[in-house]
Design a protein around this ligand. Structure first.
Ligand code: FAD
Length: 418
């Protein structure tokens, strides 16, 4: 089939890769001059295959009053005069129950496991290279209540194959001695199989390998409109002209709702703003042995190719990419609190990105109301972790739709000439 993938973040690149890997003729379109220009550029670098929890959970629900009142809170909320934000918030609050959060964790765990398998296969069989480090992850809990909550999450994840251990403060320090001076944690969860890697290198490597199999890339090209005839999209109008394909995959992150509306789809995706720094480690100092998630500060720290990546904060309702000085300061203070004297802050490589979040943290991966257009968007805080698994899932959805309609009198995917 001729398939056009719109959006070249981690999700679109993994999708284009998987489709070209199994022999489809793929075109990848992005409005930016190259891959990974959006939320995928410098994210937290964690591949959290075994440790996934929706943001909509009972403990986030309890944190809402503080989030509204304290400007230093790692979670932020800014109301917009926009009915879709209000619908998103209402749906988010409904998703915070223990039962829904549990169902969400299980669904995310299944897709994350699919991702691990796909990425391992791509690395082993195709030479995909994106600076993967398998050095495990330690999630630090600030108090007994959060440790108790995490122990339930560990039990839930263990029943589905995740190998994790609950550690005391001393147990965490034995694993990562640098944590000795960190004042604010009582214990943590250790997941030895977790990985960290570079999301931009991931996108570049996926595109390069797929290009050697015939992937066509159209950079600096914005998709503007689907031309729909009956139940099919005949072509996609772009700033570089019309693109004709048998099927289209929409993987445009926070911008997915705009094009989806043309398909009769009202999908709820809101940007959740976050920040990162990529810091040099001082000469003569040894970098951290593992990735860390500090739950109190909503911060992740990952060793990345000889540097330290720190990513933090979740601000709902902000659509700009400004980096306020207080957020920069907070991140630097966190690095100093956890790893005193380790990093050089002269060039912090500060970055801001917008996570494309659905209310229940589950990505939207399915056929749209228009039979030959498929959605792969809304991966929130876990897009890097879920990208490969969702690429496999959307490919299956495309094949299922083709199989279902292959005997119909009117073909759903007639091949049109370019
Ligand atoms: C601070 C921060 C830390 C994070 N940490 C982690 C982490 O540790 N682990 C993890 O798994 N995930 C993490 N994430 C989440 C992850 O980065 C996102 O879920 C992921 O990048 C989303 O990928 P995407 O491809 O859907 O969107 P994007 O990367 O935003 O890509 C969308 C692409 O679509 C293009 N586009 C949009 N509209 C159009 C159009 N009309 N025509 C053509 N192109 C268009 C854009 O240019 C962009 O390149 C983090 C995110 C942030 C912000």
């Amino acid at each position: 089939m001729k398939i056009c993938v719109i959006g070249a973040g981690v999700v679109g690149c993994a999708t284009a890769y998987q489709l070209s890997r199994i022999g489809h003729e793929v075109t990848l379109v992005d409005s930016a001059p190259g891959p990974a220009a959006g939320a995928s550029f410098a994210n937290g670098a964690q591949l959290s295959y075994s440790y996934v929890e929706p943001l909509a959970n009972p403990s986030t629900f309890r944190a809402i009053p503080k989030m509204l009142l304290d400007p230093q809170s790692p979670l932020g909320l800014r109301f917009r005069a926009d009915s879709s934000q209000w619908r998103w918030i209402a749906s988010f609050l409904r998703s915070c129950t223990p039962a829904r959060s549990r169902r969400g964790s299980l669904a995310l765990l299944a897709t994350a496991s699919l991702s691990r398998q796909a990425n391992d296969r791509w690395m082993n069989e195709d030479g995909l290279d994106f600076a993967v480090q398998r050095n495990g992850k330690l999630v630090l809990c600030p108090d007994a209540a959060s440790l108790q909550h995490q122990s339930k999450q560990v039990q839930l994840q263990a029943a589905h194959g995740a190998e994790q251990a609950l550690l005391t403060r001393d147990g965490c320090i034995a694993l990562e001695p640098a944590l000795r001076s960190h004042p604010d944690f009582v214990g943590g969860v250790w997941t030895p199989s977790e990985c960290a890697a570079d999301p931009r290198a991931y996108c570049k490597s996926l595109v390069n390998i797929a290009a050697s199999r015939g992937l066509r890339t159209l950079w600096s090209t914005r998709a503007t409109r689907f031309v729909i005839k009956g139940h099919r999209a005949g072509c996609l109008q772009t700033t570089a002209g019309d693109l004709v394909a048998d099927a289209f995959v929409l993987a445009t992150g926070i911008h997915a709702p705009e094009l989806a509306r043309q398909l009769g789809e009202s999908i709820l995706i809101e940007p959740i703003k976050g920040f990162s720094l990529t810091l040099e480690i001082k000469k003569g100092r040894r970098g951290p042995a593992t990735s860390i998630t500090d739950l109190a500060r909503k911060t992740v720290l990952a060793p990345l190719d000889g540097k330290l990546r720190i990513a933090a904060f979740a601000e709902l309702g902000r659509t700009d990419l400004k980096i306020p000085p207080h957020r920069l300061r907070q991140m630097m203070q966190t690095v100093e609190a956890i790893y005193p004297g380790l990093c050089d802050f002269t060039e912090p490589n500060a970055w801001a990105g917008l996570r494309p979040a659905t209310p229940d943290s589950l990505p939207i991966v399915r056929q749209s109301r228009i039979a030959n257009v498929f959605l792969n968007a809304g991966h929130g805080a876990l897009g890097f972790t879920l990208a490969a698994g969702c690429a496999v899932q959307v490919t299956e959805a495309i094949h299922d739709a083709r199989a279902m309609h292959s005997t119909a009198a009117t073909a759903v995917f007639p091949t049109l000439a370019h």
